[in-house]
Design a protein. Structure first.
Length: 65
């Protein structure tokens, strides 16, 4: 993934997360800790994407595996 595509993806992910969080916060039955859990899972997903990109493009990591 190129640098530009990565930043576009991150921007779209943040925008999607913000809109989703805003919409979910309007529901009376959704508690705050559930919204934070969704945000944490999204953050974990982003971390997996970054690490997979690092492993895919780094020649040093490719040599060790």
């Amino acid at each position: 993934m190129s640098n530009r595509a990565f930043w576009i993806f991150v921007s779209i992910l943040l925008l999607f997360g913000s809109v989703t969080g805003f919409r979910l916060s309007g529901l009376p039955k959704v508690e705050t800790y559930k919204l934070l859990n969704v945000a944490g899972l999204s953050y974990n997903f982003l971390g997996v994407l970054v690490l997979s990109e690092l492993l895919a493009t780094s020649p040093r990591w490719k040599d060790t595996w």
